[in-house]
Write a protein that binds this ligand. Structure first.
Ligand code: HEM
Length: 503
């Protein structure tokens, strides 16, 4: 092959790639849907290797652009993958609830064979998801929350004890890391039946693997983005999104714990026990065909309870404490309520006492409005859907983006949206909020299954701190807050440093 041949080959190849992108970027135009102009090769998202904005801020930016055009929905591209971002609350109601049958799946990457932990309740779709969701729902009732309360409350005491040793001489405390240890201990215990003791052992594998799952390098972000855009190719190439050591660790923990419980007839009131009982029930029902939850499936569900349960709540605690530190009057009001409730309940947190913390719940709701743990969620259209009142048909296979962070900061739904105001969620005011403008836990049949648990642990964590300490922002916290580019769940770069003052 001479030089001319090589050059022709390169030019030809480049032309094919260029035409492929050009044609892909015509998708929304062909469907008569307004769209945000994409950049060649990366679409509408910052390329991971050159990213200098968090995904949280990026989704708000895309939302605001579409809003400024007066669009109810619009097309965007992730690399070449067309996504439909929906702004209109009525259409969101149809997608998430009324016409849910068209949008059952989330379109997350699942690869049971090569990445067994990826096949969990959050990512699976169709009948498999329906069956599992029905079976898990009883695990999250208020009765079950009451049973698990003791674990949460014990971890609250461990948090108090830890702070007693740490708080002295105005020492700055990185509250993000404290909150993450607290929620890791709770979810480690409830999802795996393991006492993690992360306050005593900060290098415990649960803590380090927990960090590894959420903080991705730029290369990791690139891999994630490619898998998200080309899931079939990724499955063909046997890609995994869960790092091998994470899979190995969590599979082993679940295997060992289940085996131990079966051998020693140990029964605990936690998520893992519900899974073990579910498997026993299925083994009875499917004696002939042997179809019952496998160990890998049990591990995947425990894994998602851990993943979905610890970082969401610890981030919420962190941003709540940041806002309380910068709004002392709101902090005093929250503390006053906590002390009053404790007085009525023998100075102890019980399940009922925590339910009486109404203002603290408003603080959490407002924190999740400003800083939703998931800045967006997805759905996939599983059968063609005509958008009501239009001629536009959403094709089967199209991914829908629900831009939670954008909606939560839209002044059409929340007056003065940058202001932190828990009174928006008071009994009297919250009835004026459209439920589809308040999507911190999602909506419809795929709404967060662990919502009650998440709120319970966040309340106990916050109350355990606020009853003992006045919190102030420490100068080590970088202001304005810089949201990390490495994590999908909003988190600040450089920690969140507070000064705690004993009351
Ligand atoms: C403050 C805490 C939490 C927040 C803000 C939160 C938020 C969310 C959101 C936004 C979704 C997606 C809903 C949708 O697509 O409509 C979700 C789903 C989910 N969450 Fe949570 N979550 C929290 C705590 C928890 C906890 C503690 C658990 C488990 C112990 C959990 C387990 C799940 C699972 C399994 C799903 C998938 C449900 C399904 O697809 O059927 N979450 N969560």
């Amino acid at each position: 092959m001479d030089t001319i041949d090589i050059i022709s080959l390169i030019v030809g190849f480049a032309a094919i790639i260029f035409v492929y992108f050009w044609w892909s970027y015509k998708y929304w135009e062909r469907r008569n849907v307004p769209f945000i102009p994409p950049r060649y090769f990366s679409g509408n998202f910052e390329p991971p290797l050159r990213r200098n904005i968090s995904q949280f801020e990026e989704f708000i930016r895309l939302y605001n652009y579409a809003k400024s055009q007066g669009w109810k929905y619009c097309g965007i591209y992730n690399i070449t993958n067309p996504l439909l971002m929906v702004l209109d609350l009525e259409l969101l109601k149809s997608i998430l609830t009324k016409d849910f049958n068209h949008f059952v799946d989330r379109g997350q990457y699942v690869n049971e064979k090569d990445d067994p932990l990826s096949a969990h309740l959050f990512s699976i779709g169709g009948e498999k998801w329906r069956n599992l969701r029905v079976k898990f729902t009883p695990t999250f009732t208020s009765g079950k929350m009451r049973q698990m309360f003791q674990t949460v409350s014990d971890c609250g005491l461990a948090l108090e004890k830890y702070l007693e040793g740490e708080v002295h001489d105005q020492k700055p405390i990185d509250i993000k890391s404290v909150a993450a240890c607290y929620t890791t201990d709770i979810i480690g215990s409830c999802a795996f039946g393991i006492e993690c003791n992360t306050f005593k052992e900060p290098d415990s594998p649960f803590r380090s693997f927990g960090q590894k799952i959420f903080e991705r390098s730029r290369l990791g972000l690139l891999k994630f983005s490619l898998i998200f855009s080309f899931p079939n190719l990724a499955r063909f190439l046997r890609c995994n999104i869960t790092p091998d050591d994470v899979t190995k660790f969590f599979m082993k923990v679940v295997n060992d714990t289940v085996e131990y419980r079966m051998k020693n007839n140990v029964v605990r009131k936690d998520f893992l026990q519900s899974l073990i009982e579910l498997r026993a029930q299925e083994q009875q029902e499917h004696k002939k065909d042997g179809k019952s939850l496998t160990m890998a499936e049990i591990a995947a569900q425990s894994f998602i309870f851990f993943v979905a349960g610890f970082e969401t709540s610890s981030t919420t605690m962190t941003f709540a404490l940041y806002e309380l530190a910068t709004h002392p009057e709101i902090q005093e009001k929250a503390r006053e309520e906590i002390l009053q409730v404790l007085k009525r309940h023998d100075n102890k947190f019980s399940y009922d006492a925590v339910n009486e913390l109404v203002y603290l719940k408003q603080v959490i709701d407002e924190t999740l409005r400003k800083y939703p743990a998931l800045p967006m969620v997805t759905r996939v259209c599983v059968k063609d859907y005509k958008i009501p009142g239009t001629d536009v048909v959403i094709e089967k296979g199209t991914k829908i983006i629900v831009p939670i962070a954008g909606i939560h900061r839209d002044e059409r739904y929340y007056k003065d949206p940058e202001r932190f105001d828990p009174d928006r969620f008071s009994e009297a005011n919250k009835e004026h909020i459209n439920p589809y403008a308040n999507l911190s836990f999602g909506e419809g049949p795929r709404i967060c299954i662990g919502m009650r648990f998440g709120v319970m642990q966040t309340k106990v964590g916050l109350a355990s701190i606020l009853k003992n300490y006045r919190v102030r922002l420490n100068e080590k916290t970088k202001i304005p807050l810089k949201i990390s580019i490495r994590s999908f769940i909003p988190t600040t770069d450089g920690g969140m440093w507070l000064t705690l003052e004993k009351i």
